[in-house]
Design a protein around this ligand. Structure first.
Ligand code: PLP
Length: 392
């Protein structure tokens, strides 16, 4: 299930060599990810561990390139949503601690212990299964307890968290290493509720002074509420170079570009319509370029007739509906546009830049969604300063 990084070519290829005859692809800049890690580490200081959140294929960037690069650059820990993602990280050679943030069934305890994965334990059933698996393997299973302080998503309520942590502590082979929570309004304009959640969390933490690793902050909380960094911060979006809304932060470098080459350029007579439903009609003699990216690749159908892409260093409008494998752009104003001309959907071209946030706004969603939706059909080209190190 996990794409592996292809072996290096005999001669390192540049991005332009590696993409000469590709329809559509993602460029993932590993030096940018490493730079972001360093900037964020400086910002949060030496006492705060960086937990690199690389769930959902590293926010669509390609975990096969991102995770090893962040580990080599000193990320302290990793976090993902599911056990399967954690096991894939071990396959990629990640040896740092890995936290599973979401739900795990007791039947997965043996595999978790075998690969030293830190689970978020929400029940004694899971705790007992882990304890048995740890005893059988002669290991100690590290676990974290998540307090549901008001998001009402995953975790246990404050009044149960203390008892659960104490009971887990009494099990052989279990070490309750961590205590966590997650904020509901971290990146809302008004994040006052984070203060209330923080108080609820602090009350639990105070009763469990022996739990040494507390973490409550995603990117937005880590930047907006310095008091909530505790021993570690869970950074996803920011490590990938994008700031959450309403969040002042350091200058970060976007890691991902989404690019394609026009598959066709065609004339459209005035009055003719294009793409399904013929929802856009040419008001003049037009030329439309076929961009070989569609909603199957995560380019949302809500972007139909919305937003722009970069062709020939210019912004050109998306016209007509987004289909599964294609959409169209009006390239009438780009005289040189032809089959094979490069198109930037996210990223830079000439003096123009399209950020993930801009696409998110056009699609009426959030940048997390735009990035994490990018499909596996798109090859990820991992590069440092334009030299390709691997493709997944
Ligand atoms: C995804 C996730 C994060 C990372 O959030 P960002 O806003 O991307 O930094 C942190 N904690 C939990 C529990 C998450 O699910």
């Amino acid at each position: 299930m996990q794409p592996s990084v292809s072996t290096r070519a005999a001669k390192p290829l540049t991005l332009s060599e590696a993409t000469r005859e590709r329809n559509a692809w993602i460029e993932t800049g590993l030096e940018a990810a490493v730079a972001n890690l360093q900037v964020l580490r400086r910002q949060f200081g030496p006492g705060v561990e960086i937990i690199a959140v690389v769930k959902a294929n590293a926010y669509g960037h390609g975990v096969a390139g991102i995770a090893p690069a962040l580990q080599a650059a000193g990320a302290d820990r990793f976090a993902v949503a599911w056990l399967e993602e954690a096991l894939a990280l071990r396959e990629l050679g990640i040896t740092r601690p890995i936290i599973v943030l979401s739900h795990t069934y007791p039947g997965d305890a043996v595999r978790a212990v075998e690969h030293d994965i830190t689970l978020t334990v929400h029940s004694m059933e899971l705790g007992c299964a882990l304890s048995a698996a740890a005893a059988a393997a002669g290991k100690t299973a590290m676990v974290h307890v998540k307090v549901d302080t008001g998001l009402h998503r995953f975790g246990v309520p404050p009044e149960e968290a203390v008892a659960l942590a104490e009971s887990l502590r009494s099990l052989p082979g279990i070490a309750v290493e961590g205590l966590s929570t997650h904020m509901a309004n971290a990146d809302e304009a008004d994040d006052e509720f984070s203060g209330i959640q923080a108080e609820r969390f602090a009350a639990v933490a105070e009763r469990l002074p022996w739990v040494r690793f507390r973490h409550t902050a995603n990117s937005a909380t880590a930047m907006r509420r310095g008091g909530l960094r505790y021993e570690g911060v869970r950074l996803g979006l920011s490590l990938h170079g994008v700031l959450p809304p309403n969040t002042p932060g350091p200058a970060l470098t976007p890691v991902l570009s989404l690019k394609a080459r026009l598959a066709r350029v065609a004339d459209v007579a005035p009055g003719e319509g294009v793409s399904y439903g013929l929802t856009w009609r040419a008001g003049r003699r037009s030329r439309v370029g076929l961009v070989p990216v569609g909603y199957a690749d995560g380019w949302k159908r809500s972007l139909s007739n919305r937003g722009t892409v970069l062709v020939g260093g210019q912004r050109v409008p998306v016209v007509g509906r987004v289909a599964m494998d294609h959409f169209l752009a009006d390239v009438t104003e780009v005289p040189g546009a032809a089959e094979g001309t490069e198109v930037t959907l996210i990223g830079e071209q000439g003096n123009e830049r399209i950020a993930a946030d801009e696409i998110a706004a056009a699609a009426e969603t959030i940048s997390w969604d735009v990035l994490a939706s990018l499909g596996t059909r798109l090859p990820r080209l991992f590069h440092r300063n334009g030299i390709v190190e691997g493709i997944a």
